[in-house]
Design a protein around this ligand. Structure first.
Ligand code: TGC
Ligand code: FAD
Length: 389
């Protein structure tokens, strides 16, 4: 029984360079993540010691060009995200927050000085960044954010709170989105600035091998040179979300594939009624359904990747992958868990850990409902996010 489903010869659609990238990241995950992930997850530890190794692997800001960034294609980035998330969603989320959110914000909206100062060190993993958009009272609707930056001479004074901010307690620089008298603006806040405090959120039932924090900003003063000069309005953070959502569309397939492979292996070995459970028609139906969904998800992700590499990708297409692939992945992880019977709830096997992680993934970067409404607005021409009365 082959472990990797490739019913449609997906690999035939990839270039040798793309396959080589996938092989390299897969080998890293097999060697450096798989043997330890159940323990990290159980103890709720983010493996910070892997950061220099991830930098060496070339996955930090990997789709960005210049400023010491690897400059790889969107498809290569997607394949790397898929392999990292086959290890654990927390690992992929580290790479997403660092590269697609914090580094992208600087790369898209920063000054030359800001790019030269931060991006090479972030690509080398020497500086960790975070991205503060969500607040305690402002999640799906970032336009309701209340964090405020007041201009005082040559400085800005920031006050407010952020919630669920990945990596904030280990980051050296925080991209903080705030209202100002001129609309939403972005600020690069060094995390040792007086008045900045990040506290990890615990305990969590999902994403246990990663860090998310509450941030408090109390009279945090930053110079005008810390404002992202090209970021004006919500369009600026949303353009970064496009990058991270794109990576998620690929990443979740890794969690699904790892769940499927675990179930397939187990079903071939587990004997009941004097035969492998893989021999029961009901088990085969589960395995086939999982394999079909993985094949479809890969094709959706690759289509997006090719469009992104030619500069033709639209935000609503990213919502297709974020919504459909995450939905498929969580269903696969849960179904794979059932194939494992009682052993499926043991940390020894990955599907239940993946399913728990995917609860976060379906919520962050736009919930299932938000992406449904983005697509609903695209299809009907009527936006249904807020009441019109
Ligand atoms: P709306 O009025 O539609 O738009 C405001 C401005 O933004 C522009 N815009 C976009 N630009 C680029 N890309 C997109 N995807 C864009 N979507 C909208 C729009 O054209 C407009 O520009 P302008 O110049 O005309 O002002 O905004 P809205 O307030 O009605 O909100 C729409 C909605 C609900 C879709 C949006 O707010 C949304 O996506 N909400 C979900 C929030 C979210 O995803 N938060 C993520 C936080 S970060 C995170 O979760 C990290 S998880 C860790 C990881 O990634 O691993
Ligand atoms: P709410 O917006 O309160 O939503 C609650 C429910 O209401 C959801 O089901 C939602 O779909 C539904 N709902 C809301 N509005 C509508 C509507 N118009 N129509 C229909 N249903 C609606 N944020 C960051 O800024 N940076 C990060 O690094 C980051 N990392 C995260 C990591 C994790 C593990 C998690 C869990 C979250 C992270 N987030 C981060 C926050 C994340 O983006 C938000 O949780 C998400 O946007 C949803 O916001 P909320 O939690 O406030 O839920």
């Amino acid at each position: 029984m082959t472990a990797v489903p490739d019913l449609l010869d997906f690999d035939g659609l990839l270039s040798p360079d793309e396959i080589a990238m996938r092989t390299r990241v897969r080998a890293f995950v097999d060697e450096r993540v798989r043997p330890h992930i159940a323990d990290w997850y159980d103890r709720a530890v983010f493996p910070a010691t892997l950061v220099p190794e991830l930098a060496e692997l070339g996955v930090l800001g990997m789709h960005l060009t210049g400023y010491g960034c690897p400059g790889r294609s969107a498809v290569e980035y997607g394949l790397a995200a898929m392999e990292l998330e086959a290890g654990d969603s927390g690992l992929r989320t580290f790479v997403s927050v660092q590269g697609s959110l914090a580094m992208s914000a600087i790369h898209k909206h920063g000054s030359e000085d800001q790019k030269n100062r931060w991006l090479p060190a972030m690509a080398r993993g020497e500086v960790i960044g975070c991205f503060g958009l969500t607040e305690p009272g402002s999640g799906s609707d970032p336009s309701s954010m209340t964090t405020f930056a007041r201009r005082v001479g040559d400085e800005w004074v920031l006050n407010g709170s952020k919630r669920w901010i990945g990596l904030a307690s280990i980051a050296q620089v925080a991209v903080i989105w705030a209202q100002t008298d001129e609309g939403v603006r972005g600020f690069l806040v060094e995390t040792d600035t007086p008045g900045f405090a990040a506290t990890p959120i615990a305990p969590k039932m999902s994403m246990r091998a990663s860090i998310q924090c509450d941030i408090e900003l109390r009279d945090v003063r930053v110079p005008e040179s810390a404002r992202l000069p090209e970021a004006r309005g919500l369009r600026a953070p949303f353009s970064c979300l496009n990058e991270a959502r794109y990576g998620i569309g690929w990443g979740v397939i890794g969690a699904a594939r790892d769940s499927y492979e675990t179930a397939l292996r187990y079903a071939g070995e587990r004997m009941q009624f004097n035969q492998p459970i893989a021999g029961f028609q009901l088990t085969q139906q589960k395995l086939v359904d999982m394999a079909l969904e993985i094949e479809k998800a890969q094709l959706v992700a690759l289509r997006l990747g090719r469009l992104k590499d030619t500069g033709e990708l639209s935000p609503h297409q990213i919502s297709v992958a974020k919504l459909a692939n995450t939905r498929a992945a969580i269903a696969i992880a849960r179904e794979a868990r059932t194939v494992l019977g009682g052993n499926g709830v043991s940390a020894e096997y990955s599907p239940m850990r993946h399913a728990a992680n995917l609860e976060s993934v379906r919520t962050y970067e736009g919930t299932d409902e938000i992406h449904t409404l983005i697509l609903g607005a695209h299809i009907t021409g009527i936006q249904a996010f807020r009441s019109t009365t």
